[in-house]
Design a protein around this ligand. Structure first.
Ligand SMILES: Cc1ncc(COP(=O)(O)O)c(C=O)c1O
Length: 482
């Protein structure tokens, strides 16, 4: 470091100490991955404990990175939930992988902004490359093109912004307020993700105008109920704007009947957005081609490769048929970027609200190259085998009940004994299991019924881990029944 005019040292930390710490951190990461099984999954600390343990005020004078690194290990890491633990079976696996960790480290070093082609040509072009790989894996025709965002919530919001512009013409220019526009309605199933309402809130369409359509016994949107709801709304003067169909719902991974929904969208001139945030990954399996039924009919589709496709969090891809429809809503080049934006085939800043953009493509490229489609398909197949195996254990024990079909790596189940199946007991079971630090499950409600939910998707999870969790569940239920 060099001294500045005020005597304070300038520049970065010394190359020597950076190199030394980098090796130390690299070893720590390798050990962390190798021995993650030995860690308790969740911390036992109460809310606020970590704030209490940390300095109240930001430092006036810089501190040695060695000390900060020690605090990371002693104060921060013990306060983490270890999502990468093979017995973490909550939500959807957001799996960590060697190539993914390496890519994130390289990205941190490069620290580029992928807003225009000129600000980072390779980041832009690699984004196009990985989106094309993904489009082909998903079986979407070339009329679809994609853009990478952080999350599915943001992808869905952008898709519905394009739908709104198409239906209302000039919202981009004139806004919504004070204009004679119809009241738009968006339809989605009672199993769909809350990101649909969030999008309606952000786009000024109104949370109440997201209509939740009943789902059938298998938790798929009931098309007849949708048809009736649309007819009723049209009679009342509402304007049907879009349907969000889900492929892999959050609770049970059910798949909506997209083909039937697409026909309704066509006849009412509605935008069809498919939320395949989780279930889209199944398209990599040739034997699961049923999952893609109707995708060609969609206007847009979101998939989160950070859920099933082994890319580290966060990475969400939105595909839009004739993506100029999205660009027309958001392309806006400020004067200071004019020079940087000309002459390029694509500037991804044109496809959304965000200007600055992370270089997310690198991690997808490294992970997907390292495993290949076949390797990923084999791993997904194994997760599905484990999910079916777990379901078979449940089915052969009269105390348990499978509460939803197992279509992907998700199993929802309940406990049959009336005494044990109340909401309170389900909560207490999940809390007790999770408090052991040896697993992490979640709860949900399915058509009013309390359910325990187990999600598989971690690349490190094997049958032994699943058996351990099953034995823990059996132990709890046996004790609770006595
Ligand atoms: C089906 C589905 N859609 C959308 C989302 C929202 O995802 P994100 O956290 O990427 O916004 C989720 C979250 O798990 C989901 O399960």
């Amino acid at each position: 470091m060099t001294p500045g005019a005020s005597g304070t040292e300038l520049g970065d930390i010394s190359p020597d100490s950076f190199r030394r710490l980098l090796h130390e951190v690299a070893d720590w990461i390798a050990d962390y991955r190798e021995n993650i099984n030995d860690r308790p999954i969740s911390p036992t600390a109460q809310p606020g404990a970590i704030i209490q343990a940390l300095p109240r005020f930001a430092p006036e004078i810089g501190e040695p990175v060695e000390e900060i690194w020690r605090d990371v290990q002693e104060l921060i890491v013990p306060g983490m939930v270890h999502w990468g633990h093979p017995q973490f079976m909550g939500y959807f696996g957001s799996t960590s992988t060697g190539p993914g960790v390496l890519a994130e480290m390289i990205c941190a070093a490069l620290n580029v902004n992928a807003m225009t082609w000129r600000t980072s040509p390779a980041a832009t072009e690699l984004e196009t490359v990985v989106l094309e790989w993904l489009r082909e894996w998903l079986g979407l025709p070339p009329s679809f093109a994609g853009v990478v965002y952080d999350t599915a919530s943001i992808s869905t919001m952008h898709a519905l912004a394009a739908a709104r512009e198409e239906a209302a013409g000039t919202v981009r220019k004139a806004g919504l307020a004070g204009r004679q526009l119809p009241l738009f309605r968006i339809y989605t199933s009672d199993q769909a993700h809350s990101s649909v309402e969030k999008a309606a809130i952000a786009l000024g369409l109104g949370e109440e105008n997201v209509r939740r359509v009943a789902s059938d016994a298998q938790f798929r949107l009931a098309t007849e109920a949708l048809r009736l709801m649309i007819r009723h709304d049209v009679e009342k003067g509402f304007r049907p704007l879009a349907v969000v169909a889900t492929v892999g719902t959050t609770s049970t991974a059910s798949v909506d009947p997209v083909l039937e929904i697409a026909a309704l969208c066509r006849s009412h001139d509605m935008w069809l957005h498919i939320d395949a945030a989780y279930g889209g990954g199944l398209a990599l399996l040739p034997e699961a081609s049923w999952v893609k039924d109707g995708w060609n009919e969609a206007d847009s589709l979101v998939i989160n490769p950070h859920k099933m496709l082994f890319v580290p969090f966060d990475f969400s891809a939105l595909f839009v048929k004739d993506i100029a429809r999205l660009r027309d809503v958001f392309s806006l080049v400020p004067e200071y970027l004019r020079g940087d934006s000309v002459g390029a085939d694509i500037n991804y800043m044109d496809y959304g609200v965000q200007l600055g953009r992370r270089f997310r493509a690198l991690k997808a490229w490294m992970v997907w190259r390292a495993f290949g489609r076949e390797g990923m398909a084999a791993r997904i197949r194994e997760h599905m085998r484990l999910a079916r195996l777990f379901a078979s254990w449940l089915e052969t024990d009269s105390r348990f009940e499978l509460l939803a079909p197992v279509t992907m790596g998700v199993v929802c189940f309940g406990i049959k004994n009336d005494l044990l199946s109340s909401e309170e007991t389900t909560r207490s079971l999940v809390e007790q299991l999770n408090s052991t630090g040896k697993t992490y499950l979640t709860r949900t409600k399915l058509h009013g019924r309390d359910a325990i939910r187990l999600g598989l998707g971690n690349i490190l999870t094997n049958e032994g881990h699943l058996r351990t969790v099953w034995q823990m569940i059996l132990g709890y239920v046996s004790r609770a029944a006595n």
